[in-house]
Design a protein around this ligand. Structure first.
Ligand code: FAD
Length: 430
């Protein structure tokens, strides 16, 4: 199991750090700057500013954790939103670590010793909990479920840090206390909302499994239909689905992201193709019709920038084919040509191939190139170069294992394709 990559750079994500950092510095330095004029020691102000910066950034990262659809759309995708969430969380952690340093440097033990009072002790507990969480995240090889449990430590740590900041603010109605109070309030509201979302009590809609099939040994095809209200995905979008109990099936009840392969806007019915990649998805092989589910979304703008008037190169690795199946079906007849390279480890794994061949044969200017496990990266890349002499004129969309997507992105940029023309979706954000 790979180690969680909590702050992996995404080449498609603009650099948000300076903006976030600037806003934070402005927010926390104003009260301090006002007080410095009245003779308060600099080291005390530096400690306060770092603590407040940490709390504000932390609260911001909790807002981003709610995956608000309006924010997701504004930022251009959930991966970007999660990246920003990790960035705010990472900066908050660094500010938290630096927060007591000015006190050590000024040799002011009366301010930092845990015995100085319950508020200081609460701050230490919060910091130690976060240090333990970060060490476990980066040093241990945790599975996704365990990683989520470890991550949950940050909720009580945030509350303790907020209470610490409020209790040590210079005056009950100072700018510091208002800022700390607001951050604490917003953060706690976000934690409560997220808890309700995870429990399937907020933002998700009740669905039921209508049909289950097994097109390949480790792939489950699931048709879901709504109880009443329905989600309305666009081609290439994904939803978060949690499967609960059926007659004999006991679902894991966790929300996982899956791309909608096809949908019927009238009835709200939609189809997923799920590959057994871990505990929860492997268990879905036993899924049965009638099982209750909850669906949240849709999310994603991976294919939103497709320009039908321009030639395209689509590359799918394994189950990464799912966004392209719906996109191929939705293509207008007059659209420019698409070359779809579909890479699978064995012919049995090529799910959706029949449907794609059908679409390719229906005059949609769709050309299929299927490669199996025997073909190495160099061979596939050579084929792409041979078949597509106009590579630089194409829009490129890729979905599949991160190593494949990263390797192809490098090869494409070296071949002169502009970064802005290369779009990718990763099936593994955390
Ligand atoms: C945008 C997107 C679209 C996807 N579409 C499909 C699809 O159409 N078909 C398909 O088979 N798979 C799809 N996946 C992958 C699928 O979500 C994971 O395989 C599944 O969540 C694994 O869960 P698990 O408990 O079985 O395995 P685990 O062992 O728990 O996880 C395996 C890996 O899956 C990822 N993962 C697990 N849970 C989540 C989660 N809640 N949120 C984000 N990532 C998670 C992690 O990177 C983890 O390392 C998609 C993923 C993303 C991010």
């Amino acid at each position: 199991m790979p180690r969680p990559a909590t702050l992996r750079p995404n080449p498609e994500v603009p650099v948000f750090a300076p903006v976030v950092l600037l806003l934070c510095v402005l927010a926390v330095s104003t009260p301090g700057a006002l007080r410095l004029a009245t003779g308060v020691p600099v080291w005390l102000e530096a400690t306060r500013a770092l603590g407040l910066a940490s709390l504000v950034l932390w609260a911001l990262s909790l807002v981003l954790m709610l995956r608000l659809r309006s924010l997701e759309e504004a930022l251009g995708g959930l991966d970007r939103l999660y990246y920003l969430h990790h960035l705010c969380g990472g900066l908050a952690y660094l500010a938290l670590l630096a927060h007591p340093l000015p006190l050590f440097l000024a040799s002011a033990p009366g301010h930092w010793l845990p015995s100085s009072g319950w508020a200081v002790a609460a701050g230490w507990v919060a910091m130690l909990a976060m240090m333990a969480m970060m060490l476990a995240t980066f040093l241990m090889s945790l599975g996704y479920a365990r990683w989520k449990q470890v991550h949950a430590v940050s909720a009580p740590a945030f509350v303790l840090a907020g209470v610490h900041a409020l209790a040590l603010a210079p005056a009950a109605l100072s700018l510091d206390s208002v800022l700390a109070g607001l951050a604490l309030l917003v953060g706690c509201a976000c934690l409560a909302i997220r808890y309700m979302m995870e429990a399937g009590r907020l933002r998700s809609l009740p669905y039921r499994v209508e049909r289950v099939a097994h097109p390949a040994a480790d792939i489950t095809e699931v048709v879901l239909s709504p109880d009443r209200l329905m989600v309305r995905p666009r081609p290439g979008q994904f939803v978060f689905v949690a499967f609960f109990d059926g007659r004999n099936f006991h679902g894991c009840g966790e929300f996982h992201p899956f791309t909608v392969v096809s949908s019927e806007p009238g009835s709200g019915r939609f189809t997923l193709l799920v590959k057994a990649l871990g505990d929860c998805t492997a268990h879905l092989r036993d899924l049965e019709a009638g099982t209750r589910a909850r669906v949240e979304g849709p999310y994603g703008s991976f294919l939103a920038t497709i320009d039908p008037a321009r030639p395209q190169l689509w590359i799918a690795g394994g189950i990464g084919i799912t966004p392209f199946v719906s996109a191929a079906a939705a293509r207008p007849p007059a659209a420019e040509s698409v070359d779809l390279f579909y890479l699978v480890s064995s012919p049995q794994e090529a799910v959706g191939l029949e449907r794609l061949q059908e679409l390719a044969g229906s005059g949609r200017h769709l050309k299929l190139h299927c490669f199996t496990g025997e073909d190495d990266f160099a061979h596939i890349w050579q084929k792409i170069r041979e078949q597509l002499p106009d590579l630089r004129a194409r829009q490129v969309f890729m979905c599949g294992p991160p190593a494949l997507v990263d390797g192809l992105r490098l090869a494409l940029t070296e071949a002169g394709v502009a970064q802005s023309e290369i779009h990718s979706e990763r099936f593994d954000f955390r």
